[in-house]
Design a binder for this molecule. Structure first.
Ligand SMILES: [Zn+2]
Length: 268
């Protein structure tokens, strides 16, 4: 497969350029040079680096809680190529991020800012769908080239892995994705929430709140929420999608566990 890939790489690359790396919102297939098993391996290597750079909250109650929300959301994703993991990291910026292979990290800042479990689930559902649609490896291939990915899989050269991990998932707040990818993660995120039983209106209320906060204090919010006109458009698209969904009974907006975990991370 490696040999074939090398042989056909120029053809594959020109095909991807021809298609303009277009994102079809309702399709999670999409062209990707990186295989699922390569992405899993790369993700595990990145996870080690990310957890060196972002202190993981080692509280059993917090861990069990975030894992529970993540597992419930997994019942609503279109496909599960990767063994997802969910952890809380100590960082006050309002953010969550998922790295290749499904390792998903929720900042303490997000837990503090979310008014309900539904709002927390909204951001997690968005991030998890970047993984489902394999956006990170597609983005990385475009940004760095496939040869860097093979080099990282072989262990990288002189701290390359930790440098790339810091570049991609460092303090700046997760990867840069194209607007199409963000829009697809919103679209699939709504679907995931709906299927898992969370009211997708939570995505609207939380995005609105973040947009207002960003207007008050520019630069404080994770960069994928930081462009006001785009956020307004995204909210409109999300609302439109929700309006097409049949009515359903939702899980409670919040739970005593959410309140306890939120109170706990406040004191960290
Ligand atoms: Zn995103």
């Amino acid at each position: 497969m490696k040999y074939l890939k090398r042989l056909f790489l120029p053809i594959l690359l020109s095909l991807s350029l021809l298609s303009g790396c277009a994102v079809n919102k309702s399709s999670v297939g999409g062209f990707n040079l990186v295989s699922v098993s390569e992405e899993k391996e790369l993700g595990d290597k990145f996870a080690v680096e990310v957890e060196k750079q972002h202190p993981v909250v080692r509280d059993p109650e917090v861990q069990a809680y975030i894992d529970g929300v993540g597992r419930r959301l997994l019942t609503g994703v279109r496909k599960q190529d990767f063994p997802f993991t969910f952890q809380v990291v100590r960082d006050d910026s309002v953010n969550a991020f998922a790295i290749p292979g499904g390792h998903t990290y929720v900042n303490t800042g997000l837990l503090k800012a979310a008014a309900s479990e539904t709002e927390l689930a909204a951001v997690m559902a968005h991030e998890m769908n970047h993984v489902v649609a394999r956006h990170s490896t597609r983005q990385m291939t475009q940004q760095y080239g496939y040869s860097l990915i093979t080099s990282l899989l072989l262990g990288g050269q002189g701290g390359e892995l930790s440098k790339i991990a810091a570049d991609l998932f460092g303090k700046a707040g997760g990867m840069y994705y194209s607007r199409e990818m963000e829009s697809q993660a919103d679209y699939l995120g709504v679907e995931t929430m709906y299927k898992a039983g969370y009211n997708p209106e939570g995505m609207v209320s939380f995005f609105k709140k973040l947009d207002a906060a960003e207007e008050r204090q520019p630069g404080k919010i994770a960069k994928y929420f930081s462009s006001h006109p785009e956020t307004v458009d995204r909210i409109k698209d999300i609302q439109q999608e929700i309006s097409k969904l049949p009515a359903k009974n939702w899980l409670p907006d919040s739970t005593p566990e959410f309140a306890r975990v939120k109170a706990k991370v406040k004191n960290l």
